[in-house]
Ligand binder design. Structure first.
Ligand code: PEP
Ligand code: MN
Length: 352
């Protein structure tokens, strides 16, 4: 929709508009309101160049596009029936639990191996373990490739698919070769378009899945979905969206909790949503509540930091990892809430 600055355009301005939109195969539909004339665009109005040209005209106030800028990730795209799978497990049909340590400590491999068994015992579906870590300070522990062997040892012992964060092209190829099932793109890299394209390129033709976190620096929801579009555009749409809290922080949590964005993501895209309550609230004692909120907003699962001995963990684990006992309770309760949420959704659809 093209909205002029003045209530009416001159016929010369109108012809110029028609000429420009015609170049993009768009037909202009004039809508004469009592106080203002506006112009609807019939056709694919997503061309960035067209929008920029129109917005550059001095007599145009703004251009509102109804169609979304993303094509592959949109709810009505040709990928809408795509089922995301992690090592054969379908995401989006039940309530998926990803759990494990924030960071694998290569000096204490037994912690991770015990945590992995505990995740399996508690009912987890996918095991997380940070091999390489994006840290705010360059003086903090940065990760160690030795941890990749520990992650793969845990996969072999438990049979659970594994997830780890990748931060550059080398991590991607090392993790692919090792057999990592799910690549996590962290909040700090979710706007790193070069990395998103590289991941998409390397996983094309493979069964690997990507868990894309929402950057704390993202603005509108479109920015998040478009980041996923970068990966999908390379050919493998095995993508899960992961809200994890935004900045600025409010009310004293580590980040601003954003579980509720799940509803909007599900309205706009076909992608499954798995929420990270740990990085959102940032403290183990709040995690069960944020996890239950995620389930009630319709998430397809949660990713939880868990450690058999959180106080002796590294990375985020001493602050925000829950014990395996708490994890088991979270799993029990979020699965129950997930069923209730489905009941409400069915009821609302039936009465719509
Ligand atoms: C993590 O999952 O440990 C992590 C670093 O998360 P985020 O990228 O959301 O900060
Ligand atoms: Mn962490």
């Amino acid at each position: 929709m093209i909205i002029p600055k003045e209530p009416r355009l001159t016929s010369q301005e109108e012809s110029e508009l028609e000429e420009i939109t015609g170049e993009f195969d768009i037909h202009l539909q004039k809508i004469e309101g009592e106080h203002q004339t506006v112009y609807a665009m019939v056709g694919d109005e997503r061309h960035e160049l067209l929008i920029n040209r129109l917005e550059g005209l001095e007599y145009i106030a703004r251009v509102d596009t109804i169609q979304q800028p993303y094509k592959l990730m949109a709810k009505d795209s040709e990928l809408a029936n795509h089922t995301v799978r992690v090592n054969g497990t379908e995401i989006g049909t039940g309530f998926t639990i990803i759990a494990g340590q924030c960071t694998i400590d290569p000096k204490n491999p037994n912690f991770f191996l015990e945590t992995a068994e505990a995740v399996k015992e508690a009912g987890g579906d996918i095991l997380r373990g940070g091999v390489w870590k994006p840290r705010t300070s360059p003086h903090s522990y940065q990760g160690d490739v030795k941890a990749l062997d520990i992650l793969m040892e845990a996969k072999a012992r438990t049979g659970l698919p594994v997830d780890t964060e990748v931060m550059d092209a080398e991590h991607v190829s090392l993790a692919l070769d090792a057999g990592v099932d799910m690549f996590q793109v962290g909040a700090r890299n979710a706007l790193n378009y070069g990395l998103l394209k590289e991941i998409g390129r390397q996983i094309n033709g493979r069964s690997t899945c990507v868990l894309l976190k929402r950057s704390m620096h993202m603005g509108k929801i479109e920015e998040f979905i478009l980041a996923a579009e970068y990966i999908a555009a390379q050919g493998n749409p095995n993508i899960i969206l992961c809200p994890r809290g935004t900045t600025p922080t409010m009310d004293g949590y580590r980040n601003h909790p954003d579980e509720s964005i799940t509803v909007l993501l599900k309205e706009r895209t076909w992608a499954p949503v798995i929420v990270d309550p740990c990085h959102s609230v940032g403290k183990a004692i709040y995690v069960p509540f944020a996890a239950m909120a995620a389930a009630s907003y319709g998430a397809d699962g949660i990713i939880i930091e868990t450690h058999v001995d959180p106080i002796h963990g590294i990375g985020d684990d001493p602050k925000q990892a829950v014990s395996p006992e708490v994890l088991a309770r979270i799993i029990r309760d979020t699965k129950a809430i997930h069923e209730m949420q489905l009941g409400h959704t069915r009821h609302l659809a039936h009465n719509a």
